[in-house]
Design a protein around this ligand. Structure first.
Ligand code: ATP
Length: 235
């Protein structure tokens, strides 16, 4: 498998506190990878590193053969890596449509995604296009956050805990979009605390604990016991 995006011996710190220790992760073209792990395992820190919010050594992150670890977030996005951040982070005073249009700023042209195709993906957003982002339910806000990231026509979509705080039926609805996003050609990294959801959606799963990858493999190849140990630590 040729890597589209990979980390090599990636570390991250917040001041004196080290949050990631030698993380090696690979995302192949067209692949969907899930990252699971308990609170504080380092999943968000990894996503923030991949999206350029946290800066690293250039070669600790490679995208399409190029070292990008030292690039700022706007340049990373312009290269084709878009992030759906934890907590959605919509602009409250802007409408649904304006929030989506912000995602198109600096977009990669010629891709599949536009207002029309985002509205096809999440028809409820078309009905609500003039509403302020905050007048939506949590699930609808999450759809806007995903749509906004897609508007840049990313080659890689990073999703940080898109099901957090949502009811199971809503989570199901949101995850229904994943095959369609994949069909558009995007590769995905999905951070997910719900192990079952991660297993259902991913070609491969990485488990993190205390800033390290403790297990990786295809969902079929990983036993429940191995996942339990990698997630919580061996008993
Ligand atoms: P969660 O599921 O709670 O989001 P996570 O796996 O995404 O957890 P991170 O948010 O990446 O974990 O946090 C990893 C570690 O880094 C934690 O110990 C956390 O307390 C610490 N951390 C995160 N952000 C900061 C920050 N801005 N300053 C200092 N420490 C931080």
């Amino acid at each position: 498998m040729t890597a589209l995006l990979e980390t090599r011996d990636l570390t991250a710190r917040y001041g004196d506190f080290q949050a990631l220790f030698g993380v090696d992760l690979t995302l192949g073209e067209g692949e969907t990878v899930a990252i699971i792990g308990a609170n504080g395992a380092g999943k968000t820190t990894l996503m923030r590193s991949l999206s350029g919010v946290l800066r690293n050594g250039p070669d600790s992150i490679r995208f399409d053969g190029r070292g990008i670890g030292d690039l700022p977030a706007d340049e990373v996005m312009a290269m084709g890596i878009a992030m759906v951040p934890e907590g959605r982070k919509l602009f409250p005073s802007l409408s649904v449509e304006e929030n989506l249009q912000i995602g198109a700023y600096g977009r990669n042209t010629g891709g599949y995604w536009s207002l029309d195709t985002v509205y096809d993906l999440f028809p409820v957003l078309k009905e609500r296009r003039s509403n302020p982002g905050t007048a939506l339910s949590g699930g609808q806000q999450q759809m806007v956050a995903i749509g906004r990231a897609l508007m840049s026509n990313p080659r890689v979509l990073l999703c940080d805990e898109i099901s957090l705080g949502l009811a199971p039926v809503i989570i199901k609805d949101i995850y229904k979009a994943v095959p369609k996003i994949r069909a558009s050609g995007a590769s995905m990294i999905v951070v997910e605390q719900d192990i079952g959801q991660a297993m259902a959606v991913a070609d491969r799963v990485y488990c993190m604990m205390e800033g390290r990858i403790t297990l990786s493999g295809s969902p079929d190849a990983l036993s429940r016991e191995a996942i339990h140990n990698a997630y919580f630590g061996a008993a």
